[in-house]
Ligand binder design. Structure first.
Ligand code: NAD
Length: 339
């Protein structure tokens, strides 16, 4: 990775900011962060690395073909990692338009600009070029309690506008490989958590709402099972896939930590009881069940054997350890993401 030029879309978002930091601290690659800065993008998340001479930023939309072509022409990437997306399921139910535009049309725009650029590269640079698309386990739909976990060959069965838009994008990415030979890779990961996650997602929202004395709203019975991936482990998986992944393949990235939404909220309450106790008793008293969201999947679980056996990746952090570090980070960075 060291001599590579890496164009990261969505680099001001949650996972993107960790990936930008990962490239700047673990490799000597040059990084272009290409991000529209929607409500979910925050350059403050990159404050510790953004003065690196190997980092630059462009505020642009992945659906803007002119801006995307300029980024390819001026930066001349060897690697593109496409993370830019609308990513919140609740918003996709209320306002699907942006999800179609960014997640599908935006990915199409990146593929077309990338293909034109790649076609014109000299053969040695053409050979090493990679387009990695970051997707989700939600494209596979929902599992029953005894079903085996999703694997790379599981048929797609998305259930909400977010997962349908991500599934559409994955099909486009695969088609660009099958039709044009464009050198793509796809990763489908489970629920990421860690520092710098916008506080609309379960873990940061629960921490913030608990500290602010708000109700901790749980959709339905809270027994929906998710797999939880600590975001720095996701970064090492992405680096591994870029280094050794087989072109045209998908790799599932699992945290191997399956807990229900209710388990997670209770664990956060217990950590806060220890780290920031109040005189009012346990934070668990703030838990409140609300009506379930439509199309809410019951269980996700994914099998990342391919990534582990073929590419030698392993997650490094247990859920209890990762969650503790996350709660400690939000306690120490109470201002982040509030503006
Ligand atoms: P995020 O919402 O935190 O960040 C998205 C970033 O993309 C923001 O910086 C935003 O400004 C940028 N962006 C949005 N629309 C854009 C556009 N049109 N042009 C350019 N930039 C744009 O998302 P995240 O949680 O970091 O997720 C990153 C990727 O990983 C997404 O593709 C998401 O679908 C996927 N993913 C996330 C998770 C998760 O648990 N967070 C799980 C599976 C897959």
């Amino acid at each position: 990775m060291n001599d590579r030029r890496v164009l990261i879309t969505g680099g001001a978002g949650f996972i993107g900011s960790h990936l930008v930091r990962g490239f700047l601290t673990l490799t000597s690659a040059q990084v272009l962060n290409f991000d529209k800065l929607t409500y979910a993008g925050n350059l403050e998340s990159l404050r510790d690395v953004s003065d690196s001479p190997r980092y630059r930023f462009m505020q642009c939309d992945i659906g803007d073909i002119g801006a995307v072509n300029t980024a390819f022409a001026e930066f001349e990437p060897d690697i593109v990692v496409n993370l830019a997306a609308e990513s919140h399921v609740d918003r996709s139910i209320a306002m699907p338009d942006e999800f179609i535009q960014t997640n599908i049309v935006g990915t199409f725009t990146m593929l077309e600009a990338g293909r034109a650029y790649w076609n014109a590269l000299p053969s040695d640079r053409k050979e090493r070029f990679r387009f990695l698309h970051i997707s989700t386990d939600e494209v596979y739909g929902s599992l029953g309690s005894d079903d085996p976990p999703f694997h790379e060959e599981t048929p797609y069965s998305p259930h909400n506008p977010y997962s349908a838009s991500k599934a559409s994008a994955d099909h486009l990415v695969r088609a660009w490989h099958n039709t044009y030979g464009f050198p793509v890779l796809i990763t489908n990961c489970s629920n990421n958590y860690g520092p710098y996650q916008y506080p609309e997602k379960l873990i940061p929202k629960t921490i913030r709402d608990a500290l602010d004395g708000q109700a901790l709203s749980i959709h339905g019975d809270g027994k929906q099972i998710r797999d939880w991936l600590f975001v720095p482990d996701h970064v090492t998986a992405i680096l591994r896939v870029l280094k050794s992944g087989v072109i045209g393949r998908s790799y599932l990235v699992a945290g191997e930590n399956q807990y229900s939404v209710l388990d997670v909220v209770e664990k956060i309450c217990d950590l806060l009881d220890e780290l920031k106790p109040t005189t009012e008793g346990s934070y668990r008293q703030q838990i409140k069940h609300v009506v379930d969201r439509p199309g809410n999947d019951r269980r996700y679980a994914i099998d990342s054997t391919r990534l582990q056996t073929e590419l030698g990746w392993k997650r490094s952090v247990s859920f209890d350890e990762g969650l503790r570090r996350t709660v400690e980070w939000y306690l120490a960075n109470d201002d982040w993401g509030r503006g």
